[in-house]
Design a binder for this molecule. Structure first.
Ligand code: NAD
Length: 261
């Protein structure tokens, strides 16, 4: 039976790619989209609701796939929590605040919830590789710097993926990322404290997403990097996740669960 999906942020770059790939996959029924304005004829979807009018749409879905904005994701899970009960939600939106993270934990009591800063298999493998490297390359000998590049439209910095990579390093080192995080450096930034994790964000053009984690020692450097050629890899991963999440029990899931890694 086809998996019934609703795409939130349906008119955006990622939303449109998800709709296109889901159509091509053939095993999805696209019930409609959610975006800032309701319409019926744009983007060739059966219907487009706003969050406020999407109760019926969400009620009919197996899975909601969300690539919108941090505010829209927060509103969606707040206003449509009732209709999401017993269903799955796959969220790719980045830049969600701590409050939304807590709201997702609450939602996961009744719904299957998957949040991924990055849906590519390469980046999900990279998270494991970075964690393994951080366990060996001690903070007193290796400084970690994370550099990412994205297209000029990206709303948040550093990227959700860069932060996830930083969290992987911090976790392996037994510290909290917030205690060692340094975003950019400018002016009289002083000597680099031991254990600091530096983040640097480049923005321009149409870059789909590049990430590098460098472990910089006195005599050698290990750099682990990922280059996304096209954003369709993220939409493809989200579709795989939606297929896997349909009918799952309530709780929090990750791309590691979907990919079996
Ligand atoms: P975009 O700006 O092209 O699309 C966002 C869409 O959300 C737009 O159509 C916009 O109208 C809609 N929207 C805004 N406010 C809304 C509201 N209140 N209600 C409903 N819809 C609303 O952005 P994009 O490039 O498609 O990226 C969307 C999100 O996905 C961003 O947070 C981005 O960082 C993230 N992203 C994640 C991954 C991943 O692998 N997890 C990959 C790429 C992008």
């Amino acid at each position: 039976m086809a998996t019934r999906i609703v795409v939130s942020g349906a008119c955006g770059r990622m939303g449109q790619t998800v709709v296109r790939l889901a159509r091509e996959a053939g095993d999805f029924e696209i019930l409609g989209g959610i975006d800032r304005e309701a319409s019926t004829n744009e983007h060739d979807l059966p219907r487009i609701d706003t969050i406020a009018t999407a109760a019926d749409l969400v009620r009919q879905a197996d899975v909601v796939i969300d690539f919108s904005t941090s505010d829209a994701t927060a509103a969606l899970i707040r206003e449509r929590a009732g209709e999401l009960r017993g269903k799955a939600i796959v969220i790719g939106t980045t830049g969600l605040g701590a409050e939304t993270e807590h709201a997702l934990d609450a939602l996961a009591k009744d719904s299957a919830v998957l949040l991924a800063a990055n849906f590519s298999i390469g980046v999900n493998l990279m998270l494991g590789l970075v964690e393994a490297a951080a366990r060996v390359l001690a903070p007193d000998r290796f400084d970690v710097e994370i550099v990412e590049a994205h297209h000029r439209h990206k709303a948040d910095a550093p990227s959700g993926t860069a932060l996830a990579l930083g969290r992987a390093v911090a976790q392996a080192r037994g510290v909290r990322l917030d205690d060692v995080r340094k975003d950019g450096r400018t002016g009289k930034s002083g000597a680099r404290p031991t254990g600091e994790i530096g983040f640097h964000a480049l923005r321009g053009g149409g870059v789909a997403g590049d990430h590098e984690v460098a472990f910089i020692g006195a005599l050698e450097t290990l750099a682990i990097s990922h280059h996304a050629v096209d954003r369709s890899i993220f939409a493809d991963g989200a579709i795989q996740a939606a297929r896997w999440m349909a009918g799952k029990a309530a709780g929090r899931y990750t791309m590691k669960d979907v990919l079996g890694i």
